[in-house]
Design a protein around this ligand. Structure first.
Ligand code: RNT
Ligand code: ZN
Length: 422
């Protein structure tokens, strides 16, 4: 382990003592944090563009705004940018890939024809880095999704197309999981919905349930592959009705013991996902999180260290649910440096987990004893504890920049690499 810079070592020592006086072992907290892998979403690097080069724009009620320089245009550029981002984030993490990021060698390979070989470049890249991978069928940005329906489409031919895409996606996910020695979570999200009031809300949901049954018909070994389903409240153009609502997928996931994906931006604006975790994990085996930040109508702002994020992390730690939770990120911002967006959102997610891991056990003890005064007093006082000093020490130990030093590295990369992409 490299020696810590003097001021960081000094601050850490003081922090360690202060935490110890609250009965908190900072080293034990860091040992847990080190083992947590966050799944970095590839799509932050190129504005959810993918590499099919069909000229099809983004669709499905999700949108990226901004025109910051240096968007990745090829798999190699995206991998280089991910390497850069990963060098700024302490710990070992995962890559979350969407199906339309396959490497198709300039050929048109439609979504119902994707194969594991189109993803071997990504698998090799992850393997070299000792990383796991997660996967997603891409049920948007395609002519067959243009009228706002995929797996729930009224036309059987369209449903069949997307069912085939999802079946292949699962199989590709299983190949990834096997190759990398860690189960791949393949998450299904579809944009299906309606801009205005539908008369028939039920038939599309019956069709979606039926399509999912077909997709999941073949069992895949859990040691290589896990299925997740993701709900949403509304999207741009599906304001009045979303087929795959929370109730729909919660029911489906419970009935079929699938993973439920909770996206932090997919609920009513004042509704957080933190409070849902301890309920749904009574009924589904595991969950997938899409750590994101909703702002008014947008569900995908870069994650900040806000109360919503702190509460999610606290729930996972307090209830010992980390082992049953797959933590993925889901945001996209093209108005700032894209690598900085990854660094900010991922570092914040880890910071929130660290803060939760450093929580004094006296809080829970006070609650157990019915001392609600002490519970509130300690909860508020613990917010002043010097977690930042522990974080800086952790970053330095892991060989990544502490404080805001990472920003200089991003600026240098922007100058030498990103600004050349014209
Ligand atoms: C969309 C969902 C979904 C997507 C990605 C690209 O609202 O959150 O997870 O963001 O699949
Ligand atoms: Zn999501």
């Amino acid at each position: 382990m490299a020696a810590l810079p003097k001021s960081i070592a000094r601050s850490y020592q003081i922090a360690q003592e202060q935490y110890a006086s609250y009965g908190v072992d900072t080293e034990a907290a860091l040992a847990v944090l080190e083992k947590i892998s966050i799944s970095l979403h590839c799509w932050q690097g190129d504005d959810v563009g993918g590499f099919e080069n069909t000229g099809e724009g983004l669709s499905g009620g999700i949108a990226v705004t901004g025109n910051y320089l240096g968007k990745a245009r090829t798999p190699d550029e995206l991998r280089a940018d991910l390497d850069m981002a990963l060098s700024l984030i302490p710990g070992r993490h995962r890559l979350n890939l969407h199906a339309f990021y396959g490497e198709f060698g300039g050929k048109k390979v439609d979504r119902d024809a994707i194969e594991p070989k189109h993803f071997s470049g990504w698998i090799d890249w992850a393997k070299e880095r000792g990383m796991g991978m997660d996967f997603n069928p891409t049920c948007f940005a395609h002519a067959k999704a243009a009228d706002g329906a995929t797996l729930s489409h009224a036309k059987k031919g369209i449903r069949d197309f997307w069912v085939e895409h999802c079946i292949r996606s699962r199989e590709i996910g299983a190949v990834m999981g096997k190759a990398l020695g860690s189960p791949t979570v393949t998450n299904i999200w579809i944009p299906d919905g309606s801009k205005d009031t539908p008369i028939d809300r039920m038939s599309p949901r019956q069709r979606l349930a039926n399509s999912l049954d077909r997709i999941f018909a073949k069992p895949l070994p859990a040691k290589h592959h896990l299925d997740a389903v993701e709900s949403k409240l509304f999207g741009i153009g599906s304001e009045s009705y979303v087929v795959g609502s929370h109730e729909f997928y919660m029911g489906y996931a419970i009935k079929h013991q699938k993973l439920l994906c909770l996206d932090a931006g997919h609920f009513h604006p004042t509704e957080g996902i933190a409070d849902k975790i301890s309920s749904v994990l009574l009924y589904v085996p595991e969950i997938l999180l899409h750590v994101s930040r909703g702002v008014r109508w947008d569900s995908d702002h870069v994650v900040t260290l806000d109360d919503a994020l702190l509460s999610i992390a606290a729930e996972l730690v307090r209830n010992r649910l980390l082992a049953r939770t797959h933590i993925g990120l889901d945001f996209f911002d093209a108005s700032i440096n894209r690598i900085a967006a990854w660094a900010i959102g991922t570092r914040n997610t880890l910071k929130a987990l660290l803060i939760a891991l450093l929580e004094p056990s006296s809080l829970a003890a006070a609650e157990k004893e019915g001392d609600l005064t002490a519970r509130l007093a300690l909860l508020e006082e613990s917010k002043c504890l010097p977690w930042g000093a522990v974080w800086d020490a952790y970053c330095e130990r892991q060989g990544v920049p502490s404080g805001s030093a990472w920003l200089e590295k991003v600026r240098a990369y922007e100058k030498s690499v990103l600004s050349q992409r014209i």
